[in-house]
Structures are given as C-alpha cells and as structure tokens.
Design a protein around this ligand. Structure first.
Ligand code: DUT
Ligand code: MG
Length: 241
C-alpha cells in the first residue's frame, strides 16, 4: 500500500536510555504535503524527533502512525525506507555521480537520475564536472564542495520519490549563491510531500504550515510564523534575537 505522507505522534515519550527520557509527551499531526519545522536551542530534541519519525529507535510510550498504521513499537523496515532524508552530512561513496544519485532507488534508470538531478537543481554543476554524471567521486565526495554534496543529497532523495521527507539544514557556512541553489532544490523536493525540517536559519521556516518550538524535550509553542510572532513567546524571542 502506498503511503500518503500522513504522520501522527500521540503522547510519545522517548529516551535513548529508558532511564533518561529526552522527549516528553510529544503530540503532532502532519497532513500529507504539509511542511513542519522544528526550531529550538541545541539539545532541545529536534534531531531526536526526526530519528523517531524514521523509526530508528523504539519509543517508550505513545503512538507513531503513518496513515493510521501504528508503527511506534513494531519494526517496519519497509515503512522506514519510505521516508527520504537529507542530512547535514551526506554519505557519498566512491563511485560515479550517477551511482551516488541512484543510491536513492537502486533500479532507477539514468534518465530518472538525471530528472531527479534537474529537480534538485544539481544538473548544472554536474554537467560542469570533468566527466559530468560519470565523474568518479572520491570517498565521501571530498572532491565536491559542501553545497554540491547537499545538491546530490537532494537529487538522491528526489529519485527515491518518498511521500515524506526529513531535511536537516546544514549549519556550516556555504556561500550565499550556493545556499540559494540548495534552498531552491529543497523547495522543489518538498513540493507535494510531507516535510519535516530542522532549520537553523529562521528565514527558512517562515513558510511552514506549522513551526514546533522545542525546549528540553518538549514542544513548548506551535503555530505559523505569524501566529508565533503574535504570541510574543519563545519563538518571538528567537526571532527578534
Ligand atoms: N541525546 C542522547 N543520545 C544521543 C543523542 C542525543 O542522549 O544519541 C540527548 C542529548 C540531548 C537530547 O538527547 O539531551 C536531545 O538531543 P538532540 O540531538 O535531539 O537535540 P537537537 O535539538 O537536535 O540539538 P542540536 O541543535 O544541537 O542538533
Ligand atoms: Mg540536531
């Protein structure tokens, strides 16, 4: 059965070590296609929530549902694989650019990979590489810039074509032009998919359907950018610095 990208957390408690709970009573609901953003200070639990959306860990209590299927306590590797992840540190391997993109869906054709690269805004830089799509990347893509690695990660997620996505925005500085290319690629990738975005720049969360403000393992505020600004709480503080 195809998943739609509907994701729900109900009273979820979680700790990496069951004796030390790091997420408390998390409730959230994402409609298919919505963009949900997480903000909050370091250690607040943003990455941990996205780890749970991916079902990398068992939860202590509560329910996590995809399309009404409770996946909180059972191992469902097939469901898990249905989500696309664009992480801060993209894992690239020694092989061609094409094969690194194809890793998102191993039976993808070259045409599908190129289409994904175009959507990701990666096609132009790839064409300028010495051997284009056949350029061999050294281990971990050390011969690419960080921005280029991110564009490949977006292309890889696009070829997988998942109903839901998790995007962990890079903290490290890439130049403004590359950043604009990456954010254009991410916008294209997110269109029509449920997206969970960990943003380090508040400017990228402004258009989210719901922004979750986290502190010490709890969601302490939620709403759209305008609603949160009007609330004059933690988000307002973060935003006005
Ligand atoms: N934690 C662990 N083990 C782990 C990862 C995290 O105990 O393997 C703890 C550290 C912290 C809490 O979980 O007290 C939440 O960490 P998380 O990484 O989710 O925080 P973040 O909001 O993603 O922080 P950052 O902005 O630094 O990425
Ligand atoms: Mg994190």
């Amino acid at each position: 059965r195809e998943l739609t990208g509907e994701v729900e957390f109900e009273n979820v408690d979680f700790g990496y070590n069951p004796d030390k709970i790091v997420l408390h009573d998390i409730n959230m609901y994402a409609k298919p296609g919505q963009k949900i953003a997480f903000v909050g200070s370091t250690g607040a639990g943003k990455t941990t929530i996205t780890n749970l959306i991916n079902r990398f860990y068992d939860i202590q209590d509560g329910k996590i549902r995809y399309d009404n299927i409770n996946i909180g306590k059972i191992k469902k590797p097939d469901l898990r694989r249905s989500l696309g992840i664009v992480l801060q540190d993209t894992h690239l391997f020694t092989g061609t650019v094409m094969d690194n993109i194809r890793y998102g869906k191993l039976d993808a054709t070259d045409e599908e990979c190129i289409k994904a690269a175009k959507l990701a805004n990666a096609h132009d830089f790839i064409k300028r590489l010495p051997d284009g799509y056949n350029t061999v990347l050294t281990g971990d893509g050390a011969n690419l810039s960080q921005g280029q690695r991110q564009l490949l990660a977006i292309a890889r997620a696009a070829v997988a074509d998942p109903p839901a996505l998790i995007l962990d925005e890079a903290t490290s500085s890439i130049d403004t032009r590359t950043e604009a290319m990456v954010s254009k690629g991410m916008d294209a990738l997110m269109a029509g998919r449920t997206s969970f975005v960990i943003a380090h720049r508040l400017s990228t969360v402004k258009d989210a359907d719901c922004i979750m403000v986290m502190e010490q393992g709890r969601i302490i505020e939620r709403g759209t950018h305008d609603q949160l600004i009007d609330m004059k709480g933690r988000y307002y503080q973060l935003y006005t610095g």
